[in-house]
Write a protein that binds this ligand. Structure first.
Ligand SMILES: [Zn+2]
Length: 216
């Protein structure tokens, strides 16, 4: 399956990959060669009203684990330093920031949402000046393809021994037989109940935000 439109089985797979229920998924912008999602594109405002800046969320456990190891090794501080020393890199990274915002607007349009003023001009992962989350950068690179996010591309190169989008390691990367995590355990719901947003409901939730009735 190669469609970018989330199917019910995609939402189940995402929930298994993340060990929590996913919601407000608007698009599957990157897939493994086998068809499983690598990245979920989430609406910039969740159906509980919370603004959500991380449009592209890296979900594949083999990828997230490899990226976490790089983060633990201190790659983010090194990259942030390079941004202040390398004008060309800094300019390309700013371009990645702009791409992120443009893509978020496209996803917002797909979701049929009003502009999300709370996160206007704010991308994710520390862009455009810093590097604060490599998962965000890799999610972006996988979603838009090579040549847009220089540091996301670089991280993909660094983890190529453990994960590439061209080699399927899905069978050993998560428990395919586990029960699909259900929606009421979502940390986003809990966070929403704690305040910060007003809990406005979007009038027409995207169909893909509905939990699947199918369980393994
Ligand atoms: Zn696969």
């Amino acid at each position: 399956m190669n469609s970018t439109t989330p199917q019910p089985e995609d939402l189940d797979t995402l929930s298994l990959q993340l060990s929590r229920p996913v919601r407000d998924v608007v698009e599957i912008p990157a897939r493994c060669t086998c068809g499983n999602p690598l990245v979920a594109a989430t609406a910039p405002r969740l159906s509980n009203g919370i603004p959500f800046p991380t449009t592209f969320y890296l979900t594949h456990p083999a990828a997230t684990a490899a990226v976490s190891r790089l983060e633990a090794a201190g790659v983010m501080a090194e990259m942030t330093q390079r941004l202040s020393a390398d004008a060309e890199l800094a300019q390309a990274y700013r371009g990645a920031h702009e791409s992120y915002l443009t893509e978020r607007e496209r996803i917002r349009g797909l979701a049929g949402l009003d502009p999300v003023w709370e996160i206007e001009g704010i991308s994710a992962g520390g862009m455009p000046e810093r590097v604060k989350c490599l998962h965000v950068l890799v999610g972006h690179s996988l979603a838009v393809g090579p040549g847009i996010n220089p540091l996301g591309d670089e991280v993909l190169g660094l983890i190529a021994d453990e994960f590439t989008p061209d080699t399927c390691v899905c069978a050993t990367s998560w428990d395919h037989e586990a029960a699909v995590p259900q929606r009421d355990l979502s940390r986003h719901v809990r966070r929403g109940n704690q305040g910060f947003a007003r809990g406005e409901k979007s009038a027409a939730p995207h169909p893909a935000s509905q939990p699947s009735e199918e369980t393994a």
